[in-house]
Structures are given as structure tokens and as C-alpha cells.
Design a protein around this ligand. Structure first.
Ligand code: AMP
Ligand code: MG
Length: 352
């Protein structure tokens, strides 16, 4: 077994990462590794997660090392059963109970006041903890066989989240004990994060449980300004993850808002070596630069599934600039728009 050598970063690279599959003996091995304080990347319905025993502060610290994640960005704890929530949080407000019934298991993370068993490494020193119950059968099985798992996305910090096991291996081989291959992720963007500690549900990060869906269930829903706007230096952040440049390929991403014709004309006026376009299916034919697509203009579900993989392919094709057609911010489109804004460092061209 590839037990982690503590100490220098170099010794971490000596580890041989196991590539596990969806079969009983592999999932048991993944669970045993996790119970031993090792790191294992697991598939979820959103993106691949880099998991550790949520109550083991040393193991959780190693997640930050393996990813190169800033220590002030807290992690989400993943559970398999409703009972596990009570152990991890100080209080489950009535509004949260309603959301649990409506959306768990599924891609919704809620922020609660934390219980004392949550190490500071998980909550990054905050008095709250983020909890989610994933629906992916492999994630659920591994949690059932082990324990609640702290897990951020399984990418090196700052770059697009992995939606396939091979992408996890590219980022994490030699740094973690194992990767479990569960195929491509169904949703493709990270979970919706909501704060339920206040008077109303407050969306800190949009995802596949949309603002529209939340509003139908609880009525009053607020969307944090940082979802669609750049934070001013020194501003107080409700969700520390929102202050970092994120999801970004090496290419400079420029988000272009406008009709298909206006987009095409803009890109064709800006051709140069290394320029690529990331556009919607069926809209690339008149472009005079190489292009990739990420779903049709109307199909936000496909955009979410394909976005992160497309951003990684841009790098493989050595793009230096990627003019990216902007999705409309409704439904799960808000999540796609939010990730692209961060990938672009808020560089947006408005054409119409
Ligand atoms: P990741 O796991 O990489 O998808 O990131 C988790 C996201 O949840 C980040 O944006 C965090 O800032 C956010 N998050 C986790 N825990 C908390 C918390 N206690 N309060 C606010 N946001 C949180
Ligand atoms: Mg992440």
C-alpha cells in the first residue's frame, strides 16, 4: 500500500498512485486508505473530489498540500446519511431541513454552524462548516464504508476542476494514494453552495440546484453579489473560495457577450497566432480561428458538463487567448457564467 511519507514535497512525489475501478474490492480498498489518513480522489455527480477523513486534521492538511490550495479556503464535508449531519453541525435550522428533504442527495452544499469535532483545517478557522450529501453511488458507497469525507475538487489549485479520472491522474499522480474511476461526471460543475445560518437562503456559489429551484422550495432566496461581480480588494467575503482566480487554463480567457453574429465578427477581427474560440455548438463555422464548442447556446446542462474539459483542451492545443461565447445566466447557466467569469479574471467584452 502506498502509505504517505510525511515531510518534504519531494517525498510526496515518490508515492505510487493506485488507479481503482468501480468494483467492490477496489471501493473497500479506497475506504481503508481513507480510514488510514490517506488521500483518495473519488467521482461525484458534480466533479471529482479529493477526499480525506473529515475528522482527521493531518489528513485534511495534506489535501491543501496536494492541491496547492490556500489554507484560508474551507472544504466541503460529504456524508451518505442524514444522521451524519447531526454529528457535524451545531444546529439544523428548519429552512435547512426543508432543503435536505428537497435536494439531498444531490449537488447542494449547505453552510451550518459547526460542531466541535470539525478540525480547523476543514473550516479554515471559520465557525461554520459546509456539508453535502452526494448522489453518486460510488461516492456514497465509499463514505458508507469509511466516514464523512472532506473533499474539494481534485485539481491542482486554480485550474479547471476534473470531470474525468484521467484529468485527476494528470494533476495528482504521485501526490495521492488512489484515484477511483467512475467515468465522466454527470453535472460537470461544482455544487451549489448556500448559507442557511441567516434569515433566508443565500447562494454563495451557483450550481445545478438552481436559484429558480431553491426559490420554488423556500420562497426567499438571495444571491451573493460575488456570484456575478468582482470583489473589491479588502471586501469581506462570505465564501473564501470566491476571492481567488479559479478554473483558469493557461490561455487568457476573454468572455464575449453578444449575438452569434456579433461574436463571430469580433473574433474574426482579433485573429493572431495562438488565438482560439470557445463557442456554442453550430456557431463556429464562420470563425477564422481554430475553435472548440461546449454545448448549444440554449443547452445549459450540456455547457456545464463540457466546460471544464473544454478549458483543459484549450491548453493541450496551446491556445494563448480563448475568446469565449458567454452563456445566459439563467438556470444552471448562472453556474457556467460564474465559472467563466472567474476563469476570465472578469475580463468581459460586451458587444450589443
Ligand atoms: P471546492 O471544494 O473546491 O469546490 O470549494 C468549496 C467551496 O465552498 C469554496 O468556494 C469555499 O469557499 C466554500 N465553503 C466551504 N466551506 C465554507 C464555509 N464554512 N463558509 C463559506 N463557504 C465555504
Ligand atoms: Mg475547487
Amino acid at each position: 500500500m502506498p502509505f504517505l511519507k510525511q515531510g518534504s514535497n519531494e517525498s510526496r512525489h515518490l508515492m505510487q498512485t493506485l488507479h481503482l475501478k468501480d468494483r467492490d474490492e477496489d471501493l473497500k480498498l479506497a475506504a481503508d486508505l481513507l480510514k488510514n489518513g490517506e488521500l483518495v480522489a473519488i467521482p461525484t455527480e458534480t466533479v471529482y473530489g479529493l477526499a480525506a477523513d473529515a475528522k482527521n486534521g493531518v489528513a485534511v492538511k495534506n489535501i491543501f498540500k496536494a492541491k496547492g490550495r490556500p489554507a484560508d479556503n474551507p472544504l466541503i464535508v460529504h456524508i451518505a446519511h442524514r444522521d451524519q449531519l447531526n454529528e457535524l453541525v451545531a444546529d439544523v435550522p428548519p429552512m435547512a431541513q426543508t432543503l435536505v428533504r428537497a435536494f439531498w442527495p444531490g449537488p447542494l452544499t449547505m453552510i451550518f454552524k459547526k460542531a466541535s469535532c470539525i478540525p480547523d483545517e476543514v473550516s479554515a478557522g471559520l465557525d461554520t462548516v459546509a456539508v453535502r450529501m452526494p448522489s453518486h453511488p460510488i461516492a456514497r458507497r465509499i463514505i458508507e464504508l469509511s466516514c464523512p469525507l472532506a473533499a474539494p475538487s481534485a485539481n491542482r489549485s486554480g485550474i479547471p476542476s476534473p470531470t474525468e479520472a484521467a484529468r485527476v491522474a494528470e494533476d495528482m499522480d504521485g501526490r495521492i494514494a488512489a484515484v477511483v474511476d467512475g467515468g465522466a461526471c454527470e453535472v460537470g460543475v461544482e455544487s451549489t453552495v448556500v448559507d442557511v445560518t441567516g434569515d433566508c437562503v443565500r447562494v454563495l456559489r451557483p450550481g445545478a440546484v438552481t436559484v429558480e429551484m431553491l426559490t420554488q422550495v423556500v420562497g426567499n432566496v438571495e444571491v451573493d453579489e460575488a456570484v456575478t461581480h468582482e470583489l473589491q480588494a479588502g471586501a469581506t467575503v462570505s465564501s473564501p473560495g470566491m476571492k481567488y482566480k479559479h478554473y483558469a487554463p493557461n490561455a487568457r480567457v476573454v468572455l464575449v457577450k453578444g449575438s452569434p453574429d456579433a461574436y463571430t465578427a469580433y473574433v474574426n477581427e482579433h485573429t493572431a497566432e495562438g488565438v482560439m474560440a470557445l463557442c456554442f455548438d453550430g456557431e463556429g463555422n464562420d470563425l477564422r480561428v481554430p475553435f472548440l464548442t461546449y454545448g448549444t447556446r440554449e443547452d445549459h446542462t450540456a455547457q456545464a458538463q463540457r466546460l471544464f474539459e473544454a478549458l483543459r483542451v484549450l491548453d493541450e492545443q496551446h491556445a494563448t487567448i480563448a475568446y469565449t461565447a458567454c452563456p445566459s445566466p439563467d438556470g444552471i447557466g448562472l453556474a457556467v457564467y460564474n465559472r467563466l467569469l472567474r476563469a476570465a479574471g472578469f475580463e468581459v467584452i460586451e458587444l450589443d
